[in-house]
Write a protein that binds this ligand. Structure first.
Ligand SMILES: NC(=O)c1ccc[n+]([C@@H]2O[C@H](COP(=O)([O-])OP(=O)(O)OC[C@H]3O[C@@H](n4cnc5c(N)ncnc54)[C@H](OP(=O)(O)O)[C@@H]3O)[C@@H](O)[C@H]2O)c1
Length: 272
């Protein structure tokens, strides 16, 4: 068994659920967290059928709530000792100009995409360093480019990628591997959650060609973690896009960002 304990945030749908399926055979205990308990319980039932002997703990936790995060982090300290994998996957977006965002959504994104990743990792580091383990942080291809109409989301993922790189260097001698996963678009509930009320979104013509499946993101990123890579860009197209975006200087990128195609209709600021 590779891990004694695997912890996955945002396991109630999309990539998190796929990480749980892929990792169920590689650990003795798995903690799956999200707000929708019934979804977690149904996933736990599915995993229990395929992986006899797997101990599954469902944690209904609102990661946007600092007090709930603290309480959960305390509980995690009492989990069985041993090699641990932390998958910081929970996250959400918000399509449209920042001026039109709801204040609650702004707060939620900062709390879930940034604060929860920083705090949960911090709470588990003594265990990871002392007992062994790895950290897999789900960032995004958006980490590599500032994105108008998705400005806070892209910035929050730039935080995840940068944080992962710095932490990885700090932990080099400890044997704890840190991976930042940078997927391109994936069909999950993400797009639906990111839409504002009454908003319709036009897909960019190239975007549908660009999609990767959740299964592929998970398989490629877990292979990258095993190899000790710093980043994973699942699928060749996304890898190429990442290379191009990282090579482009900002002065060249800015004019393109200023003339970006509008994928969402401009809306007045939503009431907070
Ligand atoms: N799909 C894409 O195109 C794409 C591309 C690049 C990166 N990503 C990243 O991939 C990760 C997973 O997203 P996904 O595509 O799988 O989207 P998803 O299907 O919407 O899943 C998001 C997960 O995050 C959880 N979550 C959201 N807010 C939460 C909160 N306040 N407390 C606890 N859990 C919360 C959700 O659970 P509950 O709603 O049950 O709480 C859900 O399990 C995210 O970090 C996202 O930014 C996605």
């Amino acid at each position: 068994m590779e891990y004694e304990l695997v912890i996955i945030t945002g396991a109630s749908s999309g990539l998190g659920r796929e990480y749980a399926r892929a990792l169920a055979g590689r650990t003795r205990t798995m903690v799956i967290a999200a707000r929708r308990r019934e979804r977690l319980e149904s996933l736990a039932g599915e995993l229990a059928e395929t992986q006899r002997g797997l101990n599954i703990v469902c944690e209904a936790c609102d990661l946007a709530d600092p007090a709930a995060r603290d309480a959960w982090a305390d509980k995690l300290q009492r989990m069985p000792r041993g090699r641990t994998l932390l998958v910081n996957n929970a996250g959400l977006g918000d399509y449209g100009e920042y001026a039109g965002a709801k204040r609650e959504r702004v707060r939620e994104m900062v709390q879930v995409n940034i604060a929860a990743v920083a705090e949960l990792t911090h709470a588990l580091l003594p265990r990871l360093i002392g007992q062994g383990g790895d950290v897999l942080n789900v960032a995004s291809l958006a980490a590599d480019v500032p994105l108008p109409d998705f400005a806070l989301y892209a910035a929050s993922k730039a935080f995840v990628a940068s944080f992962s790189e710095g932490l990885r260097a700090e932990l080099r001698q400890s044997g704890v591997r840190v991976l930042a996963v940078c997927p391109g678009p994936v069909h999950t509930e993400f797009g639906e959650v990111a839409l504002r009320r009454g908003q319709a979104r036009r897909e960019a013509p190239l975007r549908s060609w660009f999609y990767t499946t959740a299964e592929r993101v998970v398989q490629e990123s877990l292979r990258a973690l095993e190899k000790g890579c710093a980043r994973s860009y699942p699928s060749a197209k996304v890898r190429l896009a990442g290379c191009v975006l990282r090579a482009l200087p900002l002065w060249l990128l800015r004019p393109a960002l200023n003339r970006r195609p509008r994928r969402v209709a401009s809306q007045p600021p939503e009431a907070s």
